[in-house]
Design a protein around this ligand. Structure first.
Ligand code: NAD
Ligand code: ZN
Length: 340
């Protein structure tokens, strides 16, 4: 089969012929139809410090996918060949205290498809049947291919009660934009999205009914005054990983504000913990998706009017991966979906 392989410990990714994965008794084999390119894949492409210490080489990459089940392990009795699925890319063990309590997303031994385990940028991918998520007919393959990042957005946006609340989303990357759309969908009052990239802010305005603010040129407080927000944001969704964005968020929260942090900073950085203490702000880290509550809620919202399709700004063939990765690295697109 064709697969995008991190074949060598250096910058790049290569389209190679690889054997179709063999499945174990509790696995399924999926014919991949569409995949999404993630920021993580760009880190692996660039072979940065994180990738060098995380990713075994050679490895088929990619973890955002949708496709069709073509083979079932002999112990799998709750899925069928021909079923359309996406899948949770975090593969958990069943022996940790968290897993045995049903909190699979807190399993400390989690491994990632396309990061530590063979991935989905390929004609076929093997995943544990446990990780497969059947797709309703109303969710097509390209939407199925971006459920992983939409799940990050949903997990973050639903970390705190946001109905009727004023929400600040810092970072209008694909996940920030989808998080803002979810906040709007579940009934937040004002949803303000910040970025420093005008293209990304323009896209945010096209995907959801939000107030985009370019913090490189506009004053956030002036926007809040215009919206009639007197005391600050009730909930913050940090989706950039930028130290300046977290500083600005903490500065503009209400007393007792709640912040969900998804953005991953490139390196440790100092911030004003005193403000967090005196303002009694709650900080909550968010990683991945809740298994499988996030998946359930995300599919339910997609079936009841949540529309984030416009966050997909490019649809390309897998063989055009070089151009697709160059575009993804530039940071001006929304989601880029590859067809296999
Ligand atoms: P992205 O890099 O495409 O978007 C980040 C955006 O933040 C960019 O548009 C950038 O211009 C903007 N930004 C930079 N400085 C800013 C500032 N001062 N104020 C506001 N915005 C600023 O990323 P993405 O793919 O949308 O992912 C969002 C973040 O979530 C990334 O940091 C990513 O690494 C992280 N992530 C975390 C998880 C998790 O499980 N915790 C999963 C996936 C992605
Ligand atoms: Zn991803």
């Amino acid at each position: 089969m064709r697969a995008l392989v991190k074949a060598r410990p250096e910058k790049g990714i290569w389209l190679e012929e690889r054997p179709v994965p063999e499945i174990g008794p509790r696995d399924v084999l999926i014919k991949v139809r569409k995949t999404g390119i993630c920021g993580t894949d760009v880190h692996i492409y660039n072979w940065d410090e994180w990738a060098q210490k995380t990713v075994p080489v050679p490895l088929v990459t990619g973890h955002e996918f949708a496709g069709e089940i073509v083979a079932l392990g002999e112990e799998v009795d709750d899925l069928t060949v021909g079923q359309r699925v996406s899948g949770e890319g975090h593969v958990v063990t069943m022996n940790s205290r968290a897993s045995r309590a049903g909190k699979f997303h807190l399993d400390p031994h989690t491994r990632g498809i396309g990061v530590n385990l063979p991935g989905a940028f390929a004609e076929f991918v093997r995943i544990p049947a446990f990780n497969a998520v059947p797709l309703p007919d109303s969710v097509d393959d390209e939407m199925g291919a971006i459920l992983d990042p939409l799940g990050n957005a949903v997990h973050t946006a639903l970390a705190f009660d946001i109905t009727g609340e004023d929400v600040l989303v810092t970072g209008a990357g694909p996940i920030g934009i989808m998080g803002a759309a979810v906040a709007r969908h579940v009934g937040a009052r004002h949803v303000v999205v910040t970025d420093v990239n005008p293209k990304r802010l323009e896209l945010a305005g096209q995907v959801a009914d939000v107030t985009p603010v370019n913090v490189a040129s506009e004053d956030l407080q002036a926007v809040m005054d215009r919206l009639g927000m007197k005391e600050g944001f009730d909930v913050g969704l940090e989706m950039s990983g930028a130290p300046a964005a977290l500083d600005q968020m903490i500065e503009h929260m209400v007393m007792g504000g709640r912040i969900a942090l998804l953005g991953i900073p490139a390196r440790p950085f100092p911030f004003d913990l005193g403000k967090v203490v005196f303002r009694m702000i709650t900080l909550k880290g968010i990683y991945g998706r809740e298994m499988f509550e996030t998946w359930h809620k995300m599919l339910a919202m997609l079936e009841t009017g949540l529309d984030v399709r416009r966050v997909i700004t490019r649809r390309m063939k897998a063989e055009d991966y070089a151009e697709a990765f160059a575009l993804a690295a530039k940071g001006e697109e929304g989601k880029i979906v590859l067809e296999w």
